[in-house]
Design a protein around this ligand. Structure first.
Ligand SMILES: [Zn+2]
Length: 277
């Protein structure tokens, strides 16, 4: 309960912060600097926390490269999953430590189905969020419209069938995207192109020490950091990565903690059910 209150408070903080300086770029044109309305007095912080109505911000249409506003969040996002052993290690890390992670799976790798039993409860609780990284990791800008749609749709449906969720996020493989691929992604339910502004550097094989070096460079407040569930090195330095988060007083968040599609009971169906009850 306390944790939930905390998250709601956090989300409210992000929502307020995001009206000022957002990390969103792309298709939103003509946004000025809105003047924040004066905050009403809130004498009791606990009460204030539970009064916050909605949680996260709606997912923006366009490209995000960092978390919006000021804060102490860090979104660790883990892509691909060519190694079932490494996906299993990340899942175990999440179970053991409570770290919040966003995975961008390619459904063509068996690692996701092989670890679905461990991951599903984490997804249901919200500790783990998912994004679409295409079915088989092509450079989308080299495919025709039908090819782009096929790669996105197949993985979208795989994520829904395997984990029971839809995601607003698409991360294009290699970060390769353009207006055409972004439009197709949005039409297929992924308005938010989730890029990054920090990296573990591990799309190639690194030593553990090299990987920690990247983390030292890129673990900063409100960063979206990309890593990969492909090579074993990262699994040997979890302790160092957690130490670094602690030293820098960074708190892991999922992308869905920050940007999320409204869930029941705010949807029409659930609202009707509530009225009937
Ligand atoms: Zn990738």
């Amino acid at each position: 309960m306390e944790r939930r209150r905390f998250l709601l408070t956090l989300a409210a903080g992000l929502a307020v912060a995001a009206t000022g300086r957002g990390a969103v770029t792309g298709t939103r044109a003509g946004e000025g600097d809105p003047v924040a309305p004066p905050a009403p007095p809130r004498p009791d912080p606990v009460e204030a926390a539970v009064e916050v109505p909605a949680g996260p911000l709606p997912p923006p249409t366009g490209v995000v490269t960092a978390l919006p506003g000021e804060g102490d969040g860090l979104a660790l996002t883990i892509d691909d999953g060519t190694s079932s052993e490494v996906v299993a290690a990340f899942a175990a890390l999440a179970v053991d430590t409570g770290i919040r992670l966003t995975f961008f799976p390619n459904g063509c790798y068996r690692s996701w189905e092989e670890n679905a039993a461990t991951l599903r409860p984490l997804v249901e609780s919200g500790q783990v969020a998912l994004g679409n990284h295409t079915w088989s990791h092509p450079d989308l800008t080299t495919l025709d419209d039908a090819g782009v749609a096929e790669e996105i749709t197949r993985n979208r449906d795989f994520l829904e069938a395997t984990f029971g969720v839809r995601t607003p996020f698409l991360r294009p493989p290699f970060g390769a995207h353009d207006g055409r691929t972004d439009r197709i992604a949005a039409d297929l339910g992924h308005p938010t192109i989730a890029m990054w502004n920090g990296t573990l550097g591990d799309s190639r094989v690194l030593t553990g020490a090299e990987l920690v070096g990247y983390a030292r460079e890129w673990f900063t407040a409100q960063a979206i950091v990309v890593g990969h569930a492909n090579h074993r090195s990262v699994t040997t330095v979890y302790g160092e990565l957690l130490d670094l988060l602690r030293e820098r007083r960074l708190r892991t968040v999922t992308l869905a903690d920050v940007w999320a599609v409204p869930r029941p009971p705010f949807s029409g169906v659930a609202a009707t059910a509530l009225v009937r009850r």
